[in-house]
Design a protein around this ligand. Structure first.
Ligand code: ZN
Length: 214
């Protein structure tokens, strides 16, 4: 993809800037999981290499991203392995969601590096999807399966942390409102990133119907 908005990479997390704060240090138990899980085909927990232990703020945002991969069986595990592996980007997200699988890469009690400006109070969700997709591509059956799975994850986070089931945009983010923005909304609110995922045709209304039904 050649895109004037995001020219450096088609992978939104590759050009994310590092957050300030404590360096990423894997807790001892996480190191054990990192060693034992990468060979499993369908891991449900595979900790990312880079994140910040703990949080400085309660969770009040769920940020939706696209991982810039095709939506297919195996894609979520591949993205999670990339976050965990020796060539991991200086980025991470709490969950990666595919059509058949959800992989948790960062514990909700820890801070992932996915949306500069919002990370301390956010949980990040990477969808196996592309920000350049058309409305028709977002409506494909395998994508619908992925969205339904992601909706279940988001609904659970909303219940656990009291996050409202509402899409919020840049102005609300700047005012400190809680809810569910896209990475693009965080970029426009804080100008620390130029990423525009999940893209202009992401079906927000449909996705929130799925979340509320979960
Ligand atoms: Zn993103």
């Amino acid at each position: 993809m050649i895109d004037p908005v995001c020219p450096e990479s088609t992978l939104p997390w590759l050009t994310d800037t590092l957050p300030t704060g404590a360096p990423a240090v894997l807790p001892p138990d996480a190191r054990a999981e990192l060693v034992t899980l990468p060979e499993i085909d369908a891991p449900s927990l595979l900790l990312a290499r880079h994140f910040t232990v703990g949080r400085t703020s309660p969770v009040s945002l769920i940020v939706i991203h696209t991982a810039e991969v095709d939506c297919r069986v195996g894609a979520a595990a591949a993205v999670a392995r990339y976050f965990a592996g020796p060539t991991a980007p200086q980025a991470s997200a709490h969950y990666v969601v595919g059509p058949e699988l959800v992989v948790q890469c960062v514990r909700e009690s820890d801070t992932a590096w996915h949306a500069p400006g919002a990370n301390p109070r956010a949980i990040g969700i990477e969808l196996t999807a592309r920000a350049t997709w058309s409305a028709e591509q977002w409506a494909a059956p395998e994508v619908e399966a992925m969205l339904a799975r992601a909706a279940g994850v988001v609904a659970g986070i909303c219940r656990r942390h009291g996050v409202p089931l509402e899409h919020i945009e840049a102005e609300a983010l700047r005012m400190g409102v809680s809810g569910i923005p896209g990475h693009v909304d965080v970029s426009q609110a804080f100008h620390k990133s130029d990423h525009f995922d999940p893209g202009p045709h992401f079906p927000w209304a449909h996705f929130l119907v799925l979340v509320r039904a979960s």
